[in-house]
Design a protein around this ligand. Sequence first.
Ligand code: NDP
Length: 243
Amino acid sequence: MEQSKVVAITGASSGIGEATARRLAADGHRVFLGARRTERLAALTAEIAAAGGGAAYQRLDVTDAADVRSFVAAARARYGRLDVLVNNAGVMPLSPLEALLTHEWDRMIDVNLRGVLYGIAAALPVMRAQGGGHVVNVASVGAYEVSPTAAVYCATKFAVRAVSEGLRQESAGDIRVTLVSPGVTESELADSISNPVARKAMESYRAVALPASTIADAIAYALSQPPEVDVNEIVVRPAASAQ
Ligand code: NDP
């Protein structure tokens, strides 16, 4: 088995985060799970423990910098170090710009971008002090291309890609940085769409989807590389996807 790492995962209560927790725990890593729906985190933690894995959780709202600091500190307190932070929490309430859903734009910026920045702010000092670490940011194919109704969502993911590249350049030598960008993947992500135009468009767009475990596999691949190898970007789409 590869070396056991301590991995904190944001947005671990469903979809890709949940699948990543399962996969990394099965690989022998100790996972520390965060999200707002703690009953889900409790059930997942119990399931991993029952299978012989190491898991714990703490309620987390990534839009609150102090909460993210407390989450990372709790992971370190629990396991003595933090090797990997997976900034996965995200929301996708798509809509055309002309719908002017400014509160939903704000929420995407707060969760998808500020949440990732708060994660980096919390983890960097810990990783620097212990001599290294690995930040995995979950972006999207929307970090590379824009489509109608997705302008703000894509803006947050383009920004996460920019932040990841900046972190990579500034951290060469001690912090590894991986951007994982999924195409359409089975999860609860589209449930947050309130706009009827965007919701309708998503029905056909999301008809072909990967299981969340395939994105977990990509994250596990990046983690499993030897220390001198930094896997920087992985894009995973359904083979049948033309987008
Ligand atoms: P889900 O909706 O299933 O999961 C999103 C996770 O984010 C949940 O665990 C949710 O937990 C958490 N979350 C949302 N808001 C907050 C918050 N304020 N604080 C803490 N956690 C929060 O969707 P996915 O698994 O698909 O999404 C995971 C990531 O993958 C996102 O960044 C998404 O943008 C990205 N992605 C997904 C794609 C897909 O097709 N599924 C494609 C491309 C990218 P809770 O509500 O309990 O807080």
